[in-house]
Design a protein around this ligand. Structure first.
Ligand code: XLS
Ligand code: NI
Ligand code: NI
Length: 411
């Protein structure tokens, strides 16, 4: 199970989530953010950053999880200049490297936070300002250095503002091309300069939020984009369940699509709320959802060196530090149960696979193989159709039977 369920803790949701939302102030006061006992003033930002780093390592130790994910800006404080910001990041990365020493802990992935600063308001790689593009490139280079230094298994791109807020003033073709050039430079740096070949770069599709439209809308769109610009060999996709539902898909749909295109690189395991229209990033606890998500992953034989990142947060009203433990334990249990059920669902001798095989059984013929190999012609098939008696043979979809089989396994 450990090999299949390569869990990762998200630094931003676990350590930096203060419970604030667009309508409310912070609700959570974490012990690692408070001033130490007997001390009025909070410690200087770099010391606070180290306390937070110790806190995430303590959380990982307690959970028995040895992978973590971070944005450059959640782990280290900004300075007054880019140089100072970089120096802060270097100091924290070295500190994290020390904490990692002698353990199996390493990042599943690092990423650059290219969406929070005011200068990224129009986007980063897709900003109309070339100066902003340059700043974003510098930030990605540094975040890649940090990820490689810590032995990260992947580097992820999630571009919350890489899209548009207002189409009439947007040069869509220009912006998409700029994004592709940005990814090319990042790929070259990761593969050639940092020699990280074999550690896939990831793109995490999301349809919108915070931008009105993101160019990497969903798996299919992003895979098409990568192929359009010849980037499909070096990038894989990090599917996030809540992003799938925002795009009008199920999480299993996104995983199955990525698997079909041989592009599954990882999972941001979370779930949304059917009554709330945004990325609520809740821990996935629904057994059926977990089983279907895991079946898609098992069918694809897993995704190492990718993993399952808990890109999920405790709710605004959950203010105890123990809630973080309950949340991760629940999330891990749901995945573990899901894996057991998935093993039954995908069993080649199991009832569901039998239904599936039966649906496609007519293709297990000489003619089927010929068509699949691209060796048949329309003329030849027309001749066959004219020769055939009556209507073409087509069987029942057996969906009710399949529903019952799934219900019997998943409960
Ligand atoms: C936001 C994304 C983000 C990425 C990392 O919706 O899920 O958390 O995973 O930037
Ligand atoms: Ni995510
Ligand atoms: Ni998200």
């Amino acid at each position: 199970m450990k090999d299949w369920l390569r869990f990762s803790v998200a630094f931003w949701h676990s350590i930096r989530n203060d419970g604030s939302d667009p309508f409310g102030f912070p609700t959570k006061r974490w012990p690692w953010d408070a001033a130490p006992a007997g001390c009025e003033d909070p410690p200087p930002p770099i010391e606070l950053a180290k306390r937070r780093m110790r806190a995430v390592f303590e959380l990982m130790r307690k959970l028995g999880v040895d992978l973590w994910c971070f944005h450059d800006r959640d782990i280290a404080p900004r300075g007054d200049t880019l140089e100072e910001t970089n120096a802060n990041l270097d100091e924290i990365v070295e500190y994290a490297a020390q904490l990692q020493e002698g353990t199996d802990i390493r990042p599943l992935w690092g990423t650059a936070q290219l969406f929070a600063e005011p200068h990224y308001m129009h986007g980063a790689a897709t900003s109309p300002s070339v100066d902003v593009f340059v700043r974003a490139a510098a930030q990605v280079k540094k975040a890649m250095d940090a990820t490689a230094r810590l032995g990260g298994e992947n580097f992820n791109f999630w571009g919350g503002r890489e899209g548009y807020a207002f189409l009439p003033t947007t040069e869509l073709k220009t912006e998409r091309t700029h994004a592709a050039m940005f990814f090319k430079m990042a790929r070259d740096y990761w593969v050639k300069d940092l020699k990280q070949k074999g550690k896939p770069l990831l793109i995490e599709p999301k349809p919108q939020e915070p931008s009105k439209h993101q160019y990497d809308w969903d798996v299919g769109t992003t895979a098409g984009f990568l192929r359009e610009f010849g980037l499909e060999k070096d990038f894989k996709l990090n599917v996030e369940c809540n992003h799938a539902t925002l795009a009008g898909h199920s999480c299993s749909h996104e995983i199955e699509t990525a698997v079909a295109m041989d592009m599954l690189g990882g999972l941001d395991a979370n779930t949304g709320d059917p009554q709330v229209g945004w990325d609520t990033d809740q821990f996935m606890t629904d057994g059926r959802e977990a089983a279907l998500v895991l079946s898609a992953i098992v069918r694809s034989k897993g995704f190492a060196p990718g993993g399952i990142n808990f890109d999920a947060k405790t709710r605004r009203e959950s203010t105890d530090v123990n809630d973080l433990l309950y949340a991760h334990i629940g999330g891990m249990d749901a995945m573990a149960n899901g894996l057991k059920l998935a093993a039954k669902l995908v069993d080649p001798d199991g009832a569901l696979e039998r239904v599936k095989r039966e649906r496609y059984s007519s293709w297990a013929s000489e003619l089927g193989a010929k068509i699949e190999k691209g060796k048949a012609t329309l003329k030849e098939l027309e001749k066959l159709a004219l020769e055939a008696d009556g209507e073409p043979a087509v069987g029942s979809g057996k969906q009710e039977l399949a529903d019952n089989i799934i219900a019997a396994v998943v409960g």
